[in-house]
Structures are given as C-alpha cells and as structure tokens.
Design a protein around this ligand. Structure first.
Ligand SMILES: Nc1ncnc2c1ncn2[C@@H]1O[C@H](COP(=O)(O)OP(=O)(O)OP(=O)(O)O)[C@@H](O)[C@H]1O
Ligand SMILES: [Mg+2]
Length: 519
C-alpha cells in the first residue's frame, strides 16, 4: 500500500514538473492558442453544439442569463451531487435555488434532451468601465445535439424567458415603478425606479356595485387568459381602462386591486416628468409585459383638450406639459414637449405593441375635459365610472370596517333601523367611499351598532344639505373642486408651492388655465 502512495506522489510530482516546464517554455499566448485550436477540433467532430449565455452583455446585465438561472433553479433536474446556491432576491417573499459554479443540469424540451453547465472564471483585469464589473465571469453553456438545433432554437429560449417571468411574478411581491428621474437612466440603463408594492386593496375590499365589480373582474380575467384570442383576431394584446369619478371614490384603490388580482407590476407614469414624445416612447419600451401602466389625473398632467388646434404662439419659456399641437415628435418650437398625439401613439400606435399583455389605466376626475380622441372606442376599451357610494357598496364597507363576516351576519347583527335609514338616504347624500371609510374608522371602537348610527347621522346631514354632521374633510354638499385642488397641492410639492389654489396642472399650464378661467 505504501508503495502505491509513493508511486502516486511521484507521478503527480512529475506531472507538476512537466506543467511547470511547459509554462516556462511556451508563452501564455501560444498555450491559449493551442487550447483554442484543440477546442475547435473537438467541437468540429462533436455531435453537439454549444451556446454561451454570459452574465454581462457588454456593460449591461444579460436578461437571458438571469432568466436561465431562475428557470433552471425551479424546473430542471440537477444531476445527483449538484450543488445549488440559495438566495432570496430583494423584495421577494420566497427563496430561489441557483446552480453553483461548474455544475450541470439536464433538461428536456419538445422531446430533445439538453444540458446546461454553469461556468465561472476569474475576470482578467477590470479594464475601463463606468461601473464596477463582477470579479468573476459567469456564463451558462447550453449543450444540444446538432440535429435538435432547429427544433430548440429559439422556441426553447422563448419558453425559458416566459417561465422565468412567471416564476419571478409568483415568487416576488408586486413592484411599483416610478419615473421620478424623468427620462434619465440608472446604471442598468433603466429609466424606472422600482419599489415594493404592497397595497392591501383587493376586489374584496373595494366598495362598488357587485355586478359592475364582477363585470370588471371577468374582463380582466378574459384579458389575462386571452393570448390565443388576441393572436387569432390580430389585435395587440393590451387593454385600456379609463377610471373617472369624483375624488375619493376608489380609482387608485381599483388600480391596486387590479394589480393584486392579476399579479401584475404597476408603472406609475408621471407625465409632468417626461420631456418629450421620444422620452415617453423610451419609457414605454422599458416596461415589462404583464404590467399595468398608469397615468393618474390625466387631465391635470397634460392639456388634452384639442389635439388639432394650431400650435400656440412661441412661449416665453419651455413648458414640460402637453401643448396640444398636432406635432408627433416635436417639430420646430415644440421639440421638448409631449403632445396628445404622442400620448395616443404611446397607448395605441405601433410602439404600444413592443411587448405584450399590458394594461393602460388612465384616471381623471373630469372626463369632460378629455379630448374625444382619447375617448373614442377602441382607444380606452372600458370606461369605468367610480361613483358615490351606493347602498350595495356601503354594505361592503360596513362588512369590512366593522368586521361582519357576511351579508347575512350584517343583516342579523347590524342595527336594522340604521341599515334601513342608510339604504334610504345614501344615494341622496352623494358621499364618497373615502368619506364613509373615515366615519367608520373614527367610530370603530364604539361598537358596530353605534358606528352605523353615527354614519347614518352623517349621511342624513349631508343629504339634507348640511351642517353639524357633515362628513369629515368636506363641506356638506361636497365641493369637490376645492378638495381636488387641495389634494394636488399636497401631492406635488413643487407645483403646490408655485401655484397652490390656482390649478393642478404643470408649470406652464397654470398660466393657460388662468387664461381659460378668465375667458
Ligand atoms: N370604492 C372604494 N372601496 C373601498 N375603499 C375606498 C373606495 N374609495 C375610496 N376608498 C378609501 O378611500 C381612500 C382614497 O381612495 P382612492 O385614493 O382610491 O380614491 P381616488 O378615486 O383615487 O381619489 P382621487 O381622485 O383623489 O385620486 C382609499 O385609501 C380607501 O381607503
Ligand atoms: Mg387616486
């Protein structure tokens, strides 16, 4: 036995010596060239072909690498003894398993077997770069049989991308993206900033007429499951919803409920931060599929009254808002502003189809202020009026806020007289769900029956035109204009500072709005 070990040790010593001699005699370049040549020869006679998916694509991260990692971690079978790396991405609520260095996994697609290998090598010197690159070069190498090439590519990669997106969506909490930096890009070349989106609003908590709610949910479900339908009919796989109604009727809550229902991310597009139609297009191109793109208070972000009106006289200073000119991408004089045409192209034009399964939602308090071009059929597929609280909607709020488990329990345990009174008065009161919620929150400790009676007092006072019992934050009869102005001033500190109480539009639009008022 001892002799065996001695022989092995001397063999290894001889090998190391030989390697040392080779290294000393032949320069590195020559050794690398020989290795490349040998590699090429082996590949030429091999029945397989190989594809590398590197982690970095130039200076930016390679999306396919991330997708392959995620896909392999959940679907493919690691070879026995393979070592998986465990991680939990930022904001994710579950763990993912990744392949460690030099491990292999086998997978199959369309009846063909494939092998993936994860190759990690140290990076040779950083070179010049605007941002630090990872210290290791990582890549996945896909090995497939030559004969399977046509069958697998690109269908297999498409399958991986779709599966990875699905895993990401299921394992990760929703993200809310904002374009607060205008069109400026971050280090990854993205103009959107993501934050975790944990809005608790769902269709269960949303107070609105149950029949209308069910219709909206069915529409959303049809849309999400409608891949084949959209393909068959030649329509772009997108849908537009216009939510309109007074402040506090649940438009933003509805968007959150939609996102939670479908499991989509939300892109909150702040139009006043976008300088031009080209920037708008860039933002659109950088959104992912299965997402809701939201423009809130569209009548206030931009002037959408008339796209056909002639361009205005040259303004003393450049304005960020829509100027109403017909100009598509900013001709002379309007090069740095968004136009209604630009916005319509965004939702409707060829560019809107770069990516699939996207929902556009616009909200407004004043549908009458919008250009008919934006309202015509086909543009916004569904117009949803978020109205004052109806009795069925009120019942939902009573159940949720006061803790009744069901309609039956509300009828049995609730204050019957108060319930009848609420049914009788709620329509005349024109009270928003937000105001009802506030009354219920304020009285939630005083008991269910007491809270219902208190709410009835508020509603009666409001329906009767007034006084002491009026709902909080609002004069009896409700001056929505005032409430809206206040809201905008709070929401946008910059605008608020400059023009509180004038109008909620962007900088230059204040003057225009002022001019309109005088007319
Ligand atoms: N339909 C509703 N169902 C349940 N809660 C609601 C509803 N409407 C409003 N609320 C409550 O009022 C608050 C404000 O509502 P929300 O922000 O959704 O209104 P909005 O219509 O978007 O108002 P605005 O026009 O001012 O943006 C919500 O946080 C929610 O608690
Ligand atoms: Mg809102």
């Amino acid at each position: 036995m001892k002799e065996y070990w001695t022989a092995l040790a001397s063999l290894m010593g001889a090998f190391a010596f030989l390697q040392g001699v080779l290294h000393a005699v032949f320069p590195a370049e020559l050794r690398a060239a020989v290795a490349r040549l040998l590699g090429r020869l082996t590949r030429a006679f091999s029945p397989y072909c190989y594809f590398d998916v590197t982690e970095m694509d130039g200076m930016s991260t390679n999306e396919i690498y991330d997708a392959v990692q995620l896909y392999l971690s959940s679907t493919a079978a690691p070879a026995s003894g393979a070592r998986l790396s465990l991680s939990r991405p930022l904001n994710a609520s579950s763990f993912t398993f990744g392949l460690a260095a030099s491990d292999r996994v086998a997978d199959a697609f369309a009846g063909a077997a494939v092998t993936w290998e994860h190759v990690v090598a140290p990076r040779q010197g950083q070179g010049f770069s605007w941002r630090p690159l990872p210290e290791e070069k990582r890549r996945f190498t896909l090995r497939i049989r030559r004969g399977d090439r046509d069958k697998l590519l690109p269908a297999y990669l498409d399958h991986i991308l779709a599966a990875a997106a699905d895993i990401r969506r299921r394992s990760q909490d929703r993200l809310l993206y904002t374009n607060a930096r205008g069109g400026a890009m971050d280090a990854r070349g993205l103009p959107w900033d993501p934050v975790p989106f944990k809005h608790p609003s769902t269709f269960d908590t949303l107070a609105m007429d149950p029949a209308r709610k069910a219709a909206i949910m069915a529409d959303l479900r049809d849309f999400a499951d409608g891949s084949a339908f959209y393909e068959r009919t030649g329509r772009a796989w997108k849908r537009g919803y216009l939510l309109y109604g007074p402040p506090g009727t649940g438009k933003s809550s509805m968007i959150a409920a939609m996102a939670n229902y479908l499991g989509y991310d939300v892109y909150d597009l702040e139009l006043t931060e976008v300088g031009s139609n080209a920037e708008l297009r860039k933002l659109l191109m950088k959104t992912t599929s299965k997402s809701i793109i939201v423009i809130e208070d569209i009548d206030c972000s931009v002037d959408l009254t008339n796209r056909a009106k002639p361009p205005p006289a040259p303004a003393p200073k450049p304005r960020p808002g829509i100027d109403g000119a017909i100009d598509q991408d900013g001709g002379a004089g309007a090069g740095r502003s968004i136009t209604l045409s630009g916005l319509l192209n965004f939702t409707d034009g060829l560019w809107s189809c770069c990516g699939a399964e996207r929902i556009f939602v616009f909200t407004t308090n004043h549908i009458e202020k919008l250009d008919p071009a934006l309202l015509r059929s086909g543009r916004m597929d569904m117009h949803i009026f978020m109205s004052y609280c109806s009795f069925p909607a009120l019942r939902i709020l009573l159940k949720n806020y006061l803790g009744f488990q069901s309609d039956e329990e509300l009828d049995r345990l609730g204050d019957a007289a108060a319930l009848r009174g609420l049914e009788e008065w709620v329509d005349a009161a024109e009270i928003t769900p937000a105001d009802v919620s506030e009354v219920l929150i304020k009285n939630r400790r005083s008991g269910k029956a007491e809270a219902m009676r208190e709410l009835l007092d508020v509603i009666k006072a409001r329906a009767g035109g007034g006084g002491a019992g009026a709902a909080p934050g609002k004069e009896a009869g409700g001056d929505n204009e005032e409430e809206e102005e206040e809201k905008r001033a709070l929401e946008s500190p910059k605008e608020g500072k400059e023009q509180a109480g004038i109008d909620s539009c962007g900088d230059g639009q204040a003057e225009e709005a002022e001019a309109k008022k005088q007319v």
